[in-house]
Design a protein around this ligand. Structure first.
Ligand SMILES: NC(=O)c1ccc[n+]([C@@H]2O[C@H](COP(=O)([O-])OP(=O)(O)OC[C@H]3O[C@@H](n4cnc5c(N)ncnc54)[C@H](O)[C@@H]3O)[C@@H](O)[C@H]2O)c1
Length: 419
């Protein structure tokens, strides 16, 4: 094995990680085709790419593809609870990729990883939640040779847009999250399915007949609500945006303020990207035995700090399931320490959706390299990339679609043909 820096649980876990990564690859034909095509032309030759992503088997397929396309790649965890230790071992041992991340790590090792990504003086960054990019901005001298970055998730795009609006952004960033082939599928179907998966693995409760509250009817919230409804839960939505609330009503859900929902529900899932959505004032209204989980990016949506202070006792009753005993002998249960429930308690999104998200990542990095220098703004994913990813995905699924005829193209470009 080549000598490289890394900080992982145990390199001997590599064989299990290899199998897991190969299993995910079967569902990732688009990333597979990019890997095959660009391993010949090597568009990233001579470039160091630092990735701060969930260390999962899907991410492994992306970083291997980047490496084969010529890049020197390093990877650090974007969440202390999402790392698959065997996948980290596989990347280190079998691909000589520097990896920093251990499942259940603390904040110190988390930032050791992020610093290691920066100290290798990368040319391109890939971020999920913007902790890596924000750290570079705290120590501006580190930005040096960075050509640009990509951002995977809604919360990261919000942070970086705020940075750009304050005119503080140091390099261009492509908002991969905002590609249609990303958020319409990953956030909706990916989070929808894997959140239910995390909930079931952690609790094994029957969903049929339960009253479930979804806080936030964005792309993730819509997916979670849809899947819970399909499993027989009665779903209530809480929102702050009147348009989204109206959409939830017309999709057939009950909509009400969170404090009203608190008194009647069995189960609460936050997916807002906002802070203190389940505040102590809300939690104290809940029924005995209420279950709380978060699917939003950071562990700020449930006010765990106040809950911990008010609780008389906290007991781990199953893996990633904590019971808080409250005054008056009521109990609430919190999943995955309030972190992304689908990654903390299950395996994150299915590979088939990450295939599209990561194809966007790969092609957006190529776009940044080929169009350097770009001014320091947040850019959308170019529509050609979105179209290419959708086309490749359909092809891999064996789905064919119609093409516009000449007459139809002309009609769509005319103004004088009407009644
Ligand atoms: N778990 C995952 O794997 C995963 C995947 C993708 C995105 N995310 C994260 O999930 C979060 C949501 O992402 P999204 O793409 O659905 O965002 P979105 O912007 O489409 O939706 C968020 C919704 O929450 C609503 N909201 C904000 N504050 C609220 C409050 N106090 N109460 C009720 N509703 C409120 C907003 O009005 C909006 O409709 C982000 O943090 C994102 O980064 C997680």
């Amino acid at each position: 094995m080549k000598k490289i820096p890394y900080l992982i649980k145990n390199v001997d876990l590599a064989p299990a990680g290899r199998q897991r990564t190969a299993w995910a690859a079967r569902e990732m034909p688009v990333v597979g085709s990019l890997r095959k095509n660009y391993s010949r032309t090597k568009p990233f030759q001579g470039l160091r790419i630092s990735c701060c992503l969930h260390i999962t088997s899907e991410t492994a397929n992306l970083v291997i593809a980047l490496k084969e396309a010529g890049a020197e790649v390093a990877l650090a965890a974007s969440n202390p609870l999402s790392t698959q230790d065997e996948v980290a071992a596989h990347l280190v041992r079998d691909h000589s990729i520097s990896v920093f991340g251990l499942k259940g790590e603390n904040e110190r090792t988390y930032y050791t990883g992020i610093r290691a990504l920066i100290e290798r003086q990368p040319h391109l960054l890939v971020d999920d939640g913007a902790d890596l990019i924000a750290t570079v901005h705290r120590y501006k001298s580190l930005a040096g040779q960075i050509l640009g970055a990509t951002e995977e998730t809604t919360t990261g795009v919000i942070r970086l847009t705020n940075l750009a609006q304050k005119k503080l952004l140091l390099f261009p960033v492509v908002a991969v999250n905002n590609a249609d082939t990303k958020h319409l599928f990953d956030n909706r179907y990916g989070t929808g399915q894997s959140t239910v998966d995390g909930l079931l693995r952690a609790t094994n409760i029957l969903l049929a007949g339960k009253v479930a509250v979804i806080c936030g009817y964005g792309w993730c919230g819509r997916g979670i609500a849809m899947r819970l409804k399909g499993m027989g839960a009665r779903v209530i939505v809480t929102e702050v945006n009147p348009l989204r609330a109206l959409e939830a009503v017309m999709d057939g859900y009950a909509v009400m303020p969170v404090k009203a929902a608190a008194t009647v529900a069995d189960l609460f899932i936050t997916a807002t990207g906002n802070t203190t959505v389940l505040s102590w004032e809300t939690i104290r209204l809940m029924k005995d035995g209420a279950i709380l989980a978060n699917a939003g990016h950071f562990n700020v949506e449930i006010d765990l700090a106040t809950l911990s202070k008010k609780a008389l006792q906290k007991t781990r009753v199953r893996p990633y399931l904590d019971e808080y005993l409250l005054p008056g002998k009521r109990r609430v249960f919190v999943l995955g320490e309030g972190r992304l429930v689908n990654l903390a308690c299950a395996e994150g999104h299915p590979a088939a959706v990450m295939d599209m998200s990561f194809a966007n990542q790969f092609l957006s990095l190529k776009f940044l390299k080929e169009n350097h220098p770009l001014s320091a703004r947040v850019y959308p994913v170019p529509p050609e990339i979105d179209q290419a990813v959708a086309t490749l995905k359909l092809k891999s699924m064996g789905v064919q679609v119609d093409r516009l005829s000449h007459i139809q193209k002309e009609y769509l470009h005319s103004w004088h043909l009407g009644t």
